[in-house]
Design a protein around this ligand. Structure first.
Ligand SMILES: *Cc1c(COP(=O)(O)O)cnc(C)c1O
Length: 396
């Protein structure tokens, strides 16, 4: 009992030496309620049934596993794309938002809060709150509100209240502080939806479980297509790590499957403008868990950079920190330019415009020495519609 595996943290929420719950005393009650109830609730038959129903008829799952033939030929291997980009709202985040909102309802919560950087998690959360008729408040840095106007408009149209965080750098970190303050003040009726495998225990495990539908489907779909449930590689981009956690989950204990996480190297790993938390980070506490954090010697968090807002995060979830340290995961990185190049390549060869985040996973393929014998699954975490203004700068 209490023993962690790669799939599951120990009873204190640790994956190896990473994880745990480092929270202010005033949040203890909220987090403790979640910790003691989440497993029981998400394993209830009625919960599973409603979750499966919404994933199917609302999100459009199972998302296809698509053999990208022209890309495969160019790279001299076999590339299957797990099409999370085809989900309702355009990315994998909806899987988690639905799970957490259903959980919140069963905990009797009437009010949902979230924080968002680029707005993707805010949109997913606002979407599910509209579906369920729940009040939704999204905290967002004032600067991000200016930069991400289309997503702000979406959230408002969906009925959410978008509250600007006006302190500090007026970005994600400040929005997180505002959301935590709100939760402390509203412990009884409010659930805080975190959008990645980060935060205090039980969030990383809870979010990984909600995203694990991705690898559950991959196994079935691959079996149908190739006769085997196991690929040689699963490749995913990592910001906080939720799409990667979902794509890896049911392969974590299959040691023949190489798990490849691709981080964002921005202008280059030595440029001071990147987000490679494994190689540039040191052990520290960020957002309520012990993980690898990009920080100065005296513990100030270093501002990360990536062309993709979803990967622009100074830490990495505890599961991934453990996969990195234990060597179970292979961690590589791709720069802004490599990601954009990979996005154009996929678009030209397959007619699929990927999200900038997912393009990092595609860029990572070139570093893997793949052969015709390999079966490679890439998690295409989202679609590129939201990134068109960035891509347009590169259109010649
Ligand atoms: C948010 C986002 C990511 C990064 O988040 P993870 O938790 O690391 O998955 C990746 N891809 C897309 C499309 C996103 O919206």
């Amino acid at each position: 009992m209490g023993q962690e595996t790669f799939q599951q943290p120990n009873e204190h929420g640790y994956y190896g030496k990473f994880g745990g719950a480092f929270i202010p005393e005033m949040l203890h009650r909220n987090v403790e309620e979640l910790r003691t109830k989440y497993l029981e609730i998400i394993n209830e038959p009625s919960f599973k049934e409603e979750y499966a129903y919404l994933l199917k008829d609302y999100v459009g799952r199972p998302s296809p596993l698509y053999l990208a033939e022209r890309l495969s030929e160019k790279l001299g291997t076999n590339i299957y794309l797990k099409r999370e980009d085809l989900n309702h709202t355009g990315a994998h985040k909806i899987n988690n938002a639905i799970g957490q909102v259903l959980l919140a309802q069963r905990l009797g919560k009437k009010r949902i809060i979230a924080e968002t950087g680029a707005g993707q998690h805010g949109v997913a959360t606002a979407t599910v709150c509209a579906l369920k008729g729940l009040e939704c408040i999204v905290y967002m840095g004032e600067k991000d509100i200016e930069r991400q106007a289309p997503n702000v408009a979406r959230m408002k149209m969906l009925g959410a209240t978008v509250v600007p965080a006006t302190s500090g750098s007026k970005t994600l970190k400040d929005a997180t502080n505002e959301a935590i303050r709100d939760w402390i003040n509203n412990p009884v009726d409010t659930h805080y939806v975190i959008g990645s495998v980060v935060g205090p225990h039980p969030y990383p495990d809870m979010v990984a479980r909600f995203q694990s539908i991705i690898s559950e489907e991959i196994r079935k779909q691959l079996k149908e297509k190739t006769g085997s449930e196991l690929p040689t590689h699963v490749v995913a981009c990592v910001g906080g790590g939720s799409n990667a956690a979902g794509a890896f989950f049911h392969f974590l204990d299959e040691l023949s499957v190489q798990l490849v996480a691709v981080e964002a190297a921005g202008h280059g790993i030595d440029s001071g403008m990147s987000a490679v938390a494994t190689k540039l980070g040191t052990v520290g506490v960020l957002h309520g868990s012990k993980n690898l954090v990009m920080q100065t010697a005296d513990g100030q968090v270093v501002e990360p950079h990536s062309i993709s807002a979803g990967l622009d995060y100074p830490g990495i979830g505890p599961l991934h920190a453990h996969l990195y340290e234990s060597g179970r995961g292979k961690f590589i990185y791709a720069t802004d330019d490599e990601a954009v190049e990979a996005a154009f390549e996929l678009t030209k060869l397959e007619g699929i415009i990927p999200a900038l985040e997912s393009s990092h996973a595609l860029a990572g393929l070139k570093q893997l020495n793949l052969t015709k014998k390999d079966i490679v699954v890439v998690c295409l975490s989202g679609r590129g519609d939201k990134d068109m203004s960035t891509y347009m700068k590169y259109v010649k």
